[in-house]
Design a binder for this molecule. Structure first.
Ligand SMILES: Cc1ncc(C[n+]2csc(CCOP(=O)(O)OP(=O)(O)O)c2C)c(N)n1
Ligand SMILES: [Mg+2]
Length: 777
């Protein structure tokens, strides 16, 4: 019995070893084809990373064809994209055409993409570091869903990152380790392709063992795979200890140089350094040059058996870092070369690799070419039996009902931020399913962004209970923050990158875990910039969440320049996958929140960003709800102009009172003057530019909302635009019908002050609006 099992394991190892070299070939060929065979029209280098792929073939082969479990999710380092494509090609999930169109329009993507690739991609990658950290947050989200009863504990998968070693230089890795430790994350694996080369350089030798310390401090198990089976066997032979010591002490750069130079260079160097010892000499002499090169580069990350053993050994839920030593460009003539990151084999070199694989010219794309019928059939069966082959498609989660209307918080004077908090609180008190699916989070600004009410009602999330010590000590506080498994607020430390990554993971809960969550995250508006790449990453991944940036603009007054956001309206406008709204009044907040909860669930929807303010603003009377439809399309006439009016004021957000005051003063002089409330410069502009583009392809294209809105004004009318932010967010309105524009807004850093002083200094007050209008006439 034992022998049968051992035989099976040997067979499995052999099969995976064959796949290892097959993947190295296919990834190289995909890149080669795109660069050297597919016709070029623009003289641009197509690119692709043969060396980065070759570094990781064994790791990926061992993971996907041995260790992977059905519910595991894998994030693949960006530059191993072609390997993932090749794996799915072997599985029959990827077409030849897609591979031939690698990096071409509509073809296999340069870096794994959830939204654009035709193969299943669990996590998009590209911006290094983010695709790693996201797995930690997804394991937290998985725990959230287990705690809330949506996933059976026994079905927990591992969230696995296959990462490049240079990704360990990214700060977001360490931010996420700290947060992960606080939340006691589990079922998370990071496998480092430790080739000790980045794009520019070789890893500093001083970093040796530093990562072990850092990760172990953060509660991770560290498993280092330094040597492969061949090396370990050689170390056990006479003279082997010296060889092992030599490798141990060899600087990374020298190791890379010798790897590139090959067997003869290894022999010369080893002979010079340790060849004086008779046992060592004998050991070295027992290898031909090629064999010696193979021995010296037989690192743990290239040894299928070592990898399988390592993966098997981590069979509990503890987060685990595998440091798999590798050679960048392993098995290719690029191995070890300083410039191999973007380096590519030339046609002669790829030909040699092909012949070494036993693949005939013309058979390059044949998945199992050169293997012989029997072996090919066995390998096909082996792949067909793999967990990956049986992995179900991502689930589709039903949409969660959103009530037809949200009650508008009462109060003649209120801020949009307070209204947001009150609407969430109402939801928290309700028995709506929507409320149960909301998960809130904030990077240490929960109270100051008015999330506190929701949290008091629904509790903090922790896998195990944490008492509210202040409360137990009867110290009065508005915050009731005991933590428990049913809690719905995930508390984060002050690291905005983590915040956006968590929103991304929560926003992918539906496709990842089959349970839709409605993530709501609040952040100080200026500090969106701090996590901007992670926000972009989330949108790129098509994660769905509601982002609330508050407070915003100069309007937060005495807090001063460091806390005043200026360009966030432009971020809101420029960020794909994020619809930006900036309400002025509480009823608009209610309208946009309700809409957002629905929109972020729609297949064709996106995430939503609300830019809010702490300014208490007198609310306007509404005669009816007619304004709502237009507000959702990006703007409505708060004070409708008369037909043919010569002027209007277009504004966004919290400076509404200054606008209405200026309007009241100018109305007598400018009959028919209008006030346009631009509730979303983003939606308005997006629709405008899309409709302009549509006219080239569709003669019957309709006019768009902003054209309709502004068409009531006289040709060449004057428009004053006002926003507490970059004026460019609104000044484009003049281009719609050729109106003359006088733009107001902020384009320099703010400073401390009260609102009258600041609005006067930065020309946002009613006097400035009147001056700007005068300048137009
Ligand atoms: C945020 C970010 N900065 C820079 C780059 C450009 N870049 C791509 S790969 C790379 C180095 C990667 O080295 P490593 O992670 O060790 O990968 P490998 O050696 O396996 O190719 C750099 C700097 C990037 N993709 N993302
Ligand atoms: Mg590297």
């Amino acid at each position: 019995m034992a022998n049968i099992v051992a035989d099976r394991r040997e067979e499995k190892i052999a099969a995976i070893e064959t796949l290892d070299s097959r993947l190295r070939w296919l990834a190289s060929w995909i890149v080669h084809n795109a660069n050297h065979i597919r016709p070029k029209r623009d003289g641009l280098k197509v690119g692709g990373h043969q060396a980065s792929c070759a570094s990781m073939t064994a790791i990926m082969a061992a993971l996907y064809f041995h260790a992977l479990r059905p519910n595991d999710k894998v994030s693949v380092k960006p530059h191993a994209g072609p390997l993932l494509q090749a794996i799915h090609y072997l599985l029959g999930n990827q077409s030849l055409e897609q591979l031939q169109q690698f990096r071409a329009l509509g073809g296999a993507q340069s870096y794994p993409s959830r939204t654009k690739d035709k193969i299943p991609v669990d996590f998009s990658t590209g911006s290094v570091g983010l695709g790693v950290a996201i797995t930690a947050f997804s394991s937290l989200v998985q725990d959230y869903l287990i705690a809330h009863g949506s996933i059976d504990e026994r079905n927990a998968g591992r969230m696995i990152s296959l990462m490049g070693d240079a990704e360990l230089d990214e700060g977001n890795i360490y931010e996420c380790l700290i947060e992960g430790y606080k939340h006691d994350i589990r079922n998370c694996w990071w496998v480092v392709d430790y080739n000790r080369q980045s794009l520019d350089s070789t890893t500093a030798d001083r970093m040796f063992r530093r990562f072990d310390d850092i990760f172990e401090t953060m509660g991770w198990r560290v498993i280092t795979l330094k040597h492969g089976k061949l090396q370990r066997a050689a170390f056990a032979r006479p003279g082997g200890r010296s060889l092992e010591d030599w490798i141990e002490n060899c600087p990374n750069a020298e190791f890379a140089v010798l790897t590139y130079q090959g067997g003869a260079a290894w022999r010369a160097r080893l002979t010079a350094d340790i060849g004086g010892k008779p046992h060592v000499k004998k050991l070295l002499d027992s290898f031909e040059d090629d064999g010696l090169a193979a021995l010296m580069t037989n690192l743990g990350g290239h040894c299928i058996e070592s990898l399988m053993d390592a993966f098997d050994s981590a069979d509990d839920e503890r987060p685990t870092l595998f440091i798999a030593y590798t050679v960048k460009g392993y098995g290719l003539p690029l191995a070890g070369h300083k410039d191999n990151h973007s380096g590519m084999m030339n046609p002669g070199q790829i030909d040699q690799l092909r012949m070494a694989m036993g693949i005939e010219a013309g058979q390059e794309w044949e998945p199992f070419a050169g293997l012989g019928g029997n072996m090919a059939a066995r390998l096909k069966n082996f792949i067909g039996d793999s967990v990956l082959a049986a992995k179900p498609e991502e689930p589709v989660s039903p949409q969660i009902h959103v009530p037809a209307r949200f009650a508008v918080p009462s109060g003649d004077v209120q801020s949009t931020q307070a209204a947001f908090g009150n609407i969430l609180l109402d939801l928290a008190k309700s028995s709506e399913e929507l409320a149960d699916r909301i998960v809130t989070t904030a990077p240490d600004v929960t109270q100051t962004t008015n999330l506190g009410g929701f949290v008091n009602q629904r509790g903090l999330f922790r896998r195990s209970d944490v008492a509210d010590i202040f409360r137990e000590a009867k110290i009065p506080s508005a915050q009731k923050w005991a933590a428990h498994a049913a809690g719905q607020h995930i508390e984060l430390g002050i690291a905005e990158n983590n915040f956006f990554l968590l929103l991304t993971s929560l926003g992918l809960a539906a496709p990842h875990f089959g349970t839709r969550l409605i993530p709501v995250g609040t952040v100080y508006d200026p500090f969106i910039a701090r996590g901007l790449d992670a926000l972009n990453y989330g949108c790129y991944s098509d994660a769905r969440f509601l982002l609330v940036g508050t407070p915003s603009g100069l309007t937060l007054g005495p807090e001063g320049g460091a806390h005043q956001s200026i360009n966030t309206p432009l971020i809101g406008m420029g960020q794909p996958g994020l619809a930006y709204f900036e309400p002025a009044y509480a009823d608009e907040v209610a309208l946009f929140m309700r809409w957002a909860f629905e929109y972020l669930q729609k297949p064709e929807g996106s995430s939503v960003y609300l830019r809010l303010s702490t300014r208490q603003v007198a609310q306007v009377e509404r005669a009816n709800t007619d304004w709502e439809a237009d507000a959702l399309k990006g703007g409505y006439w708060l004070r409708p102009p008369t037909a043919g009016a010569e002027a209007a004021i277009a504004f966004t957000g919290a400076i509404a009172p200054e606008v209405l005051a200026a309007y009241a003063q100018m109305l007598d002089d400018i009959p028919g003057l209008g006030v346009l409330n631009v509730t979303s410069p983003d939606v308005l502009h997006r629709e405008w530019s899309a409709s302009k583009a549509a006219r080239w392809t569709d003669r019957n294209a309709q006019t768009c909302h902003v054209e309709d809105l502004l068409s009531i004004l006289a040709p060449g009318a004057g428009l004053v635009t006002v926003i507490d932010g970059s004026p460019g967010a609104l000044s484009w309105l003049g281009g719609v019908h050729g109106l003359r524009v006088s733009p107001l807004g902020t384009d320099r850093f703010g400073q401390t002050g009260d609102l009258p002083d600041l609005y006067s200094e930065y020309r946002l007050d009613s006097a400035a609006i009147i001056d700007a209008m005068a300048a137009l006439f």
